[in-house]
Design a protein around this ligand. Structure first.
Ligand SMILES: [Zn+2]
Length: 666
């Protein structure tokens, strides 16, 4: 008898990867959770530890000795090259999605589905049956009434219908479609007349993607990025830092202003103790109550942010909620071409739904958050197939005037979390710096110039998901531009985020903090002396072509030196150790390939005082410096008189050979 033995490899992907709230959960609970069925958990483990808040604060505070910088910004972010070969090697071209060739028989525009003329010309008269897809909790749908038509069908009872069509020539077509229903109740309860007096009277549209670092967004969605930053004048937040591991750990602070541990227990495996996530104070509730038509969409139902590990929604959370659509279509994916629903790329179905929502509710206040995972969650490159369609969506939103009164946010929850990229220092840093861009309508900039200036200023400040919550709340009740307070965990992006804000202030645990830490070093150290000499050399090279008027400088004194390094936690963080991500594994040894030194020096003649950062490549044993980043921190005054007029760029660096002209007597 032949016996076969199968080796079954089970890969468990902890998608929407749970949080790592540090040392917040006691070990006894943790190991019970891992080894016992939930019914046998010690009762004290059934809810989060009572003192979790204190424990988290302690964890955050453990980073409080991190930062002391001679420059103005407490949080210095690493300068991460988009084309760094160490990372860039993971990126490659992806061919466009190829769906079926035949055009769809039924297209949806706004609230109306139409059987296309083209299909009728090809197949003769077509009869389509539209069957309601109705929500039945967060994990099931019910089939409702069916209506047949030969030309158009208006959505009234639901946003989602399964359509089956038969043509005169015997051909058939079927699909599940999404549109924005004409809903009398929504019409009665929403409208600009219902929004608060002190609101900014703007829509809010946030389009999110899973697992895209800021740099990967730039690498994989270049057309969208260019349009967003150049055509729309979007502000890309360079210091936007994650506050935990995984999707819920970013989305909860954004949508509720709180961490999972500060919210009621909703973890599925806690059985009766777990409530539905409706108990969370979602920000869209405030908008729903104040005249807004709300929408929340997420495309990957099997790893839903609020359904994978958590209990999901009982009552429908927002006016438009796409989960029933995905519950029907997700199991059918294999019947369609890869990444398509019939002839339409699946990401475009979501983009079209957003567009339909904006169109149907054009004259009503809108609050929408959509989150796409399918293309970006498990792959570095695949999201690039959506670049043209995302660009087209944004272009049409602009051209149709939607962006005239909408705050548009493009964001991602965190960077890529794959081992290959995580094993590099830049990969780790990129993971902690996801994409966040804000596009403000011109009317807002005109009405609130200081708030708009603050957003611009905050581009280089340390920001976190916690800040988005008060930002959205500001739209509903606008308090004007303010000075943010470091004591506040979340600071509206319309307020000025203090330059002194550190990860500790922002409630970011040290191993998530991408800010670099200045470590002062003794000025006698060899490397520092070399860095200082390198700086003087660069300055001399810069003025060399004008040596006839500018003197060569020599190092006079080295006043201060520091080394800019990632936090120890970041270098040591390897992965989560448990299903909820409460225990970090801090055993990694990430190698550092570059060190940034900062030196403050004086040069002679003239005792100019310079402060500069120099990047030292360990591999090449060389220093480099960007001349733009060299600051002259004392007055050059008359010393630079010979270049004042025509050689602007040399003012900081030139000590003129000729003495300054004597003052003229008047
Ligand atoms: Zn995620």
């Amino acid at each position: 008898m032949v016996s076969f033995s199968f080796l079954v490899a089970i890969t468990v992907t902890y998608s929407r990867h749970p949080s790592l709230h540090g040392r917040l959960y006691n070990l006894a609970c943790l190991f019970s959770t891992l080894t016992c069925p939930s019914a046998h958990l010690p009762t004290h483990c059934l809810t989060y530890p009572v003192d979790h808040r204190k424990m988290m604060e302690r964890s955050v505070l453990s980073g409080s000795d991190d930062f002391s910088s001679p420059t103005h910004l407490a949080c210095q972010h690493p300068n991460l090259e988009v084309e760094n070969p160490e990372i860039y090697k993971f990126f490659h071209h992806v061919d466009p999605i190829m769906c079926r060739q035949e055009a769809e028989w039924v297209v949806v525009r706004g609230s109306v589905a139409t059987i296309t003329q083209k299909a009728k010309e090809k197949h003769g008269d077509i009869e389509c049956a539209f069957s309601e897809v109705l929500r039945n909790g967060d994990n099931k749908v019910k089939r409702g009434a069916t209506t047949t038509t030969h030309d158009t069908f208006t959505f009234t009872t639901t946003d989602f219908y399964t359509v089956s069509c038969t043509a005169q020539d015997g051909n058939t077509w079927s699909n599940t479609v999404a549109g924005i229903r004409q809903d009398e109740e929504i019409k009665a309860n929403t409208g600009w007349d219902k929004v608060p007096q002190d609101s900014v009277h703007l829509n809010f549209l946030m389009i999110g993607f899973d697992s895209l670092s800021r740099n990967t967004f730039i690498r994989t969605l270049p057309k969208t990025y260019a349009f967003l930053t150049k055509d729309l004048g979007g502000h890309v937040m360079q210091g936007y830092n994650i506050v935990g591991d995984g999707t819920p750990q970013q989305l909860l602070p954004i949508l509720t202003g709180k961490t999972e541990l500060e919210l009621p227990e909703t973890r599925k495996r806690m059985g009766n103790k777990a409530q539905f996530v409706n108990v969370y104070p979602f920000v869209w509730n405030d908008f729903s109550k104040n005249g807004y038509v709300t929408m929340y969409c997420e495309d990957a139902p099997h790893i839903g942010t609020f359904q994978y590990r958590l209990q999901g929604f009982d009552a429908v959370p927002t006016h438009h909620y796409m989960r029933p659509f995905y519950l029907v279509t997700y199991p059918q994916h294999k019947e369609h071409p890869r990444l398509c629903l019939r002839n339409t790329p699946r990401h475009k179905v979501l983009f079209d739904y957003i567009h339909n929502y904006m169109t149907v509710h054009k004259d009503r206040p809108k609050f929408a958050f959509t989150f796409h995972s399918e293309l970006s969650h498990d792959d570095f490159n695949l999201i690039s197939v959506a670049d043209n369609d995302l660009l087209a969506l944004l272009t049409s939103l602009r051209d149709e005037g939607h962006l005239n009164n909408t705050v548009l946010v493009l964001m991602s929850d965190h960077g890529h979390r794959f081992t290959s990229i995580r094993s590099t220092l830049q990969g780790k840093q990129e993971e902690r710096l996801p994409f966040l861009a804000l596009v403000l309508p011109p009317s807002f900039k005109a009405a609130h110039p200081s708030a708009a200036d603050n957003v611009r200023m905050n581009i280089h400040r340390l920001t976190t998901p916690f800040d988005l919550h008060p930002t959205m709340q500001d739209l509903l009740h606008f308090p004007g531009a303010r000075l943010g307070q470091v004591a506040d965990r979340g600071i509206s992006l319309f307020s000025q985020i203090p330059a002194s804000r550190t990860c500790t202030d922002a409630f970011v645990e040290p191993h998530w903090c991408a800010c670099l830490k200045w470590e002062p070093i003794n000025v006698e150290e060899d490397m520092v002396q070399r860095a200082a000499q390198a700086l003087v050399h660069y300055i001399n090279t810069y003025t060399a072509s004008h040596r006839s008027i500018c003197q060569q400088l020599t190092l006079s004194q080295l006043l201060w030196a520091g080394k800019l390094l990632p936090t120890k936690g970041l270098l040591k963080f390897k992965k989560n150790m448990d299903v909820d991500g409460f225990m970090p594994d801090l055993t990694d040894e990430t190698s550092v390939s570059e060190v940034v030194y900062q030196v403050t020096v004086t040069t002679s003649p003239g005792l100019a005082r310079f402060e500069a950062s120099l990047t030292y490549s360990i591999k090449l044993d060389t220093f480099s410096v960007k001349m733009d980043d060299v600051s002259r921190t004392n007055k050059y005054g008359d010393q630079a008189h010979c270049v004042m007029k025509d050689l602007d760029h040399l003012r900081k660096f030139c000590y003129c050979r000729e003495p300054p002209p004597a003052p003229q007597d008047s």
